[in-house]
Design a protein around this ligand. Structure first.
Ligand code: MN
Length: 264
């Protein structure tokens, strides 16, 4: 097993680094807000059970309240109606080999800085491939927008007509699913869809098409600006919740140290 021995050596030496792509679970971190006629996602809440006191003299611990879709989180195919009848569609049933794999990062930060409704298209993806090579099969594709640097009301960016934040076009997500056979798609925003994605037909096309094809989603990612466009390994293992449609999780990437990266 020289491969894993080499990895351990490179982790110890810093030639391979671990990048945390996760926001801190905090009651102030925004959750998605749906139109008022729908059920709503709970924010993170932490209740003290004891803190080295009469309730438990030598220990401190908390009870938590949260949604499957609170904070940095994973979406399983069972999250959407298009994936509800697929086999192994909940977080407890997904093969754990799916939780470790290659990742590419498409940098849309310039476009998103100029246009809050910026959309990732097939044309932009193929132009990216012209520079960085074809997206490998069964890879995670992450859309970097630097949206994770926003906080509070700016992060959701709600208006009378709903949220305004970047995401893929229906054609963009279909291209990744059908022509590139990705494993999943991740964003820095509160959903895999653009804020205005409810206005497409079907509504929320990234959710509809990804989960209908048995693919996964990651949302509320951070630190995508610390990842190389290609060559990193993503680790994203949701909690093993029975029949769970998603889960908060710690998302990490193994990356080559910047000085060892080869450019192409
Ligand atoms: Mn979700």
């Amino acid at each position: 097993m020289s491969l894993l021995n080499d990895l351990a050596t490179q982790l110890a030496s810093g030639e391979v680094q671990v990048v945390d792509l996760t926001h801190t679970l905090d009651p102030d971190f925004p959750v998605i807000i749906l139109p008022p006629e729908f059920g709503q996602c709970a924010r993170f809440r932490m209740e003290e059970i004891s803190a080295y006191d009469h309730r438990g003299p030598a220990w401190k611990w908390h009870n938590l309240t949260l949604s499957e879709h609170t904070g940095t989180h994973f979406d399983a195919p069972a999250h959407w109606i298009s994936g509800r009848d697929l086999p192994n569609n909940s977080v407890d049933e997904i093969d754990p080999s799916q939780f470790v794999g290659p990742v590419v990062v498409i940098d849309c930060s310039k476009g998103a800085a100029q246009d809050e409704d910026y959309e990732l298209t097939p044309e932009f993806i193929t132009a990216w491939e012209g520079e960085h090579g074809r997206i490998p099969e069964d890879a995670w594709v992450l859309m970097r927008t630097d949206w994770s640097k926003k906080s509070g009301a700016e992060y959701l960016n709600m208006r009378e007509d709903g949220a305004h934040s970047p995401g893929p076009t229906p054609e963009g997500i279909l291209f990744l699913i059908n022509a590139r056979k990705i494993r999943g798609f991740g964003t820095e925003t509160v959903g895999t869809d653009a804020g205005q994605g409810s206005h497409y037909s079907p509504p929320y096309p990234a959710h509809f098409y990804l989960h209908g094809a048995g693919k996964f989603g990651l949302q509320c990612l951070a630190n995508l600006d610390q990842l190389p466009p290609t060559g990193a390994i993503l680790m994203a293992a949701p909690l093993k919740i029975k029949n769970g449609t998603g889960s908060p999780l710690r998302v990490m990437a193994l990356v080559p140290a910047p000085e060892t990266r080869t450019t192409r």
